[in-house]
Structures are given as structure tokens and as C-alpha cells.
Design a protein around this ligand. Structure first.
Ligand code: P6P
Length: 341
């Protein structure tokens, strides 16, 4: 008979794998009692689409999926092939999950009616943010917001369903396709982040109840836009230099946001000459990250008001964005609010 291995070996062999995304969603079901599993299904649909997109991305250089798709999206940006692939994957997963009646996507000019009139939820998403970085192997992300529909269940979705302010989100999150595959989300009860374990095909809770620092040492902005910034913004950026903060800018919003969320920091994308309303999109970039930032103890503003209070008038509306550690955002606003001398 084989000798029994030492207890420590047994403990290691039967150690818990941690909490899977599915298990976590089920455990937290009571946090959104009105959902009866619908919201959970949407989060599962996002997790499934993320795994499929990641699979395509990991071999993008080998399967000819790199580079432009030859079309421009509604933003006037060159669509990358993976933009199109990611959009199809997320729209299909959310549609087949049958809990979403309408989708707003950066890649589609108009609202997408999923043909699920009984569904109670809307999703606004950027299926693949930062896609121009894919060909140079820089991390990219998916950003999503989930709202309750305003129109009666059973009817087709309406524009009023999607033009809701960020404070009305019931959930938001992002997927980060980086050195590991990360899914982070909030339902208004804190921020939780999951890392994908390829060996078992599950997202495992890796960063429970994430809180950002009140004050960090990282500032993130595109230096190339410096001459477009107002005097107050320039003064704050000089303050960051004087404080010997560290400048970090990936050029991929989800990567910059995730780093600052974990380490503390501030991300700036003010209005510029090229983007006088700001570059980032309110409905499916700023609102989702602002909800996460506030749930993690941070702040998000357009320089004049809280991002989550902005009432959208157009589904692809842009906004300036200053987001991150609450103390740093407050400092930035003090400089920005100073009268132009
Ligand atoms: P810039 C990517 O195109 C993106 O939308 C965000 O991911 C990123 O933060 C920003 O634009 C970068 O813009 O003008 O600095 O290249």
C-alpha cells in the first residue's frame, strides 16, 4: 500500500481554488434583490465574451486578426479587426443571455435592439478600448455600464432608456487584457476584481473590496496635449512635477485606470484643440469608470461637475475626465478653479 503523503502535501493538494466569479455573483445576489438573477446573468455574459475576445487576442499576430478592418467607426476612428470581433462577441453574448433589451456600443452609431423586449436592462459599452495598441502588444480593455430600462417591459427600447446619467447605473466594470486577464466590477456595493485562471477556465476573486488611496504619487496624461490645456491644468501638472510624482501614461484608458486604482493616482484627459468636448465618451467610458472610482473611495469630474451627475444628450457624447484618488482630484480642482490670471 502506498505510504500516506504528509498532511502538508495533502493540504496543498486540496487547497481551495478561491472564489469563482459565478460563486461570488451568487453569494452577492442578495445585494440586488430586485434582480432575481438577471443582473447576475449579464455579468456572466460579460465574463464569457471577455474569455472569447482574450482567446482571439492572444494569437492575434498568428491568425491575421491584427491591423485595421478597413472601416471607420461612428467616432471617425479606424476600426481595428479586433474592435469588430470584440463588438460582435459582446453583442452576441449579451443578446443570447436574454437579459439585455438594448446595447449602446462605441462601434455602432445607433442603439442596438437585442430583440429581448422582456429584458429589464441596458448595456453601454466600449467593446475594445485602446485597440490601436493591440498591434504593439500594449494592454487594452473593455468597459461596460449597466442601467435599468426606463421604458415599459415588453415594449421596444427607446433613446430615453440609454440617455441616463451615470448615477443611475446599477453596475459597471472593465476587462483588462494585460499580463493577466482581469475583470473588475461594482454593483454599488464596493469594487471587486477577478483574475482569470487559464488552467481551470474561471475568473477567481483576486482583489476583494478594492479601495484606492486618498492620495497617490502617479499622474497620467498625454504630454503632447500640454499646449491645449488651460492655465489651471498646467499649474496643477507643474504641482505634480514639483511634488516629484511619477508620470505614467499607457495610452490605454483601462490600463491607466487600473494601475491608478491599485496604486493611487490621477488620470487627466481634459478638453483639447482636437477634442474640444474631451476625447473620452461619457456613456461607455467615463460613467463606468467614475462609478468604480467613487465605489473605491476616489472621485471623477469633468473639471466642473461630478461625472455621474452629467445628464447625457447624445449616446456618443464626449466629456473631459479627471479621475482617481480623491485627494489628488480635489487638489487638481483647486488649481483649475483658480481664476485665469
Ligand atoms: P491619446 C484609446 O484610443 C483611448 O480612447 C483611451 O483608451 C486612452 O486613454 C486615450 O484614448 C488615449 O488618447 O490622445 O492620448 O492617444
Amino acid at each position: 500500500m502506498k505510504p500516506t503523503p504528509p498532511q502538508k502535501d495533502l493540504n496543498r493538494l486540496v487547497a481551495s481554488i478561491g472564489t469563482t466569479l459565478d460563486r461570488f455573483i451568487t453569494q452577492r445576489q442578495q445585494e440586488f434583490p430586485y434582480a432575481k438573477g438577471e443582473l447576475s446573468q449579464i455579468l456572466r455574459d460579460v465574463g464569457l465574451a471577455a474569455k472569447i475576445v482574450h482567446k482571439a487576442m492572444m494569437s492575434s499576430g498568428l491568425i491575421g486578426i491584427e491591423g485595421p478592418a478597413g472601416e471607420r467607426n461612428v467616432q471617425g476612428e479606424d476600426q481595428q479587426k479586433l474592435d469588430v470581433v470584440a463588438n460582435v462577441r459582446f453583442v452576441r453574448a449579451l443578446t443570447r443571455g436574454q437579459e439585455v433589451c438594448a446595447i449602446i456600443s462605441e462601434e455602432n452609431e445607433h442603439l442596438i435592439d437585442t430583440g429581448n423586449p422582456q429584458a429589464k436592462y441596458i448595456v453601454a459599452m466600449d467593446p475594445l478600448d485602446g485597440s490601436s495598441n493591440i498591434d504593439v502588444n500594449v494592454p487594452v480593455g473593455t468597459i461596460f455600464s449597466i442601467y435599468r430600462r426606463q421604458s415599459p417591459v415588453g415594449q421596444p427600447p427607446t433613446p430615453a432608456d440609454v440617455l441616463q446619467k451615470g448615477a443611475d447605473q446599477v453596475a459597471s466594470g472593465y476587462v483588462l487584457y494585460g499580463s493577466s486577464l482581469i475583470l473588475t466590477y461594482t454593483t454599488g456595493y464596493g469594487v471587486n476584481s477577478f483574475t482569470y485562471d487559464h488552467t481551470i477556465g474561471e475568473f477567481i476573486l483576486s482583489h476583494p473590496n478594492l479601495k484606492t488611496k486618498e492620495h497617490g504619487q502617479i499622474f497620467s496624461y498625454n504630454e503632447g496635449n500640454y499646449h491645449d490645456f488651460g492655465q489651471g491644468t498646467r499649474a496643477y501638472l507643474q504641482h505634480c512635477r514639483d511634488q516629484r510624482y511619477t508620470a505614467r501614461y499607457v495610452g490605454s484608458l483601462v490600463a491607466d485606470f487600473h494601475r491608478n486604482l491599485l496604486k493611487g493616482g490621477i488620470f487627466f484627459y481634459p478638453a483639447t484643440a482636437k477634442s474640444p468636448q474631451g476625447k473620452l465618451r461619457l456613456l461607455y467610458e467615463c460613467n463606468a469608470l467614475a462609478f468604480l472610482a467613487e465605489q473605491a473611495g476616489g472621485q471623477a469630474t469633468n473639471g466642473h461637475q461630478r461625472i455621474l451627475e452629467i445628464v447625457p444628450t447624445h449616446i456618443h457624447q464626449r466629456s473631459p475626465l479627471i479621475i482617481g484618488s480623491a485627494g489628488m482630484v480635489a487638489d487638481a480642482l483647486r488649481f483649475i478653479d483658480q481664476p485665469e490670471g
